[in-house]
Design a protein around this ligand. Sequence first.
Ligand SMILES: Cc1cc2nc3c(=O)[nH]c(=O)nc-3n(C[C@H](O)[C@H](O)[C@H](O)COP(=O)(O)O)c2cc1C
Length: 305
Amino acid sequence: MLKATGGEMTRMDTGATEKIQIIETPEGTFTIRLILDDLGDIYPGMVRYTVEVLRDTETVYTYTINTYESARQDTLFDTRKAAEVVFTRLVHDVAARPHRYTRPRVFTRPLPGTGAIDIVILQGSPRRFGNSAKIASWCDDEAARTGLTSRIFYLQEMDIRPCIGCYVCYNQGYCPIEDDMPPIIKALEGASVVVVCTPVYTGTVPATLKAVMDRCQWLHARENVLGKEVHARGLLVAVAGQQGTRPFACVTGVVGMFMENLGIRSAAPVLIGGLDRARDVEKMDGVEDGVRAALRALLAPQNEE
Ligand SMILES: Cc1cc2nc3c(=O)[nH]c(=O)nc-3n(C[C@H](O)[C@H](O)[C@H](O)COP(=O)(O)O)c2cc1C
């Protein structure tokens, strides 16, 4: 169940208390709770356990684990057992060393506090001055002409690691991998329009763009766990060496699924074949106008529920 907290809808703090221990210490009264959240509506059978330590009413320590992190039930790594071990250890530790729990200890990294960007452009080609980069620059320019803010993320130049499928993001809405993803997540969360510019590489998208899309599972988690909804519209502009629609079959599926997963409402993609050399796209009649028109159509007010 989603719950309103501080003006925002969030999925945290809504679970059932499974265990509770109150400890009186010279540093104050501590409450240790083991909370169970059924996240089965996000993924089948997903259960999250949270162990939290409160000093009076302030949360000073939180440990979270979910069933998708552990390999099997009824083993040493069973999620519930792990949470219970943490609960027991915290009961002992708070009683023995309460001074260590007088200030909140936060282990999640906040996202960077940059201002919202209207149009976020994910440029997926490794070629800095290739066809996708040119298309990205047209979109960037079109945004400026419309009086909107935009940012091109040149993904190849960023430190992006692949998703490791740990499902830790479903605990508190944060990914534990330390790289350049946070500004992308922050930008996508606040964007009105998301444009993906990409070449076809061996039938699909280049590896770094695929890594970014996989890592956006983190955004899916933030939507479901923290209620941070993405309200963007999406546009795919893809280029390929071969002519016709065949080279784009996989790319449209992959990018379409990425957008669908995040609730981004995508427009009809712009697919441009017959391009091999960098900047060939500039020489094709009508392509620039077509890309700009597709973006402008997305910016126009639309009837949406
Ligand atoms: C590694 C690699 C794989 C490619 N695979 C395909 C492909 O499967 N089908 C296709 O039509 N073009 C393929 N291409 C051609 C590119 O899609 C094409 O050159 C495109 O214009 C490059 O865009 P860019 O300038 O934005 O990098 C491939 C190119 C490279 C470098």
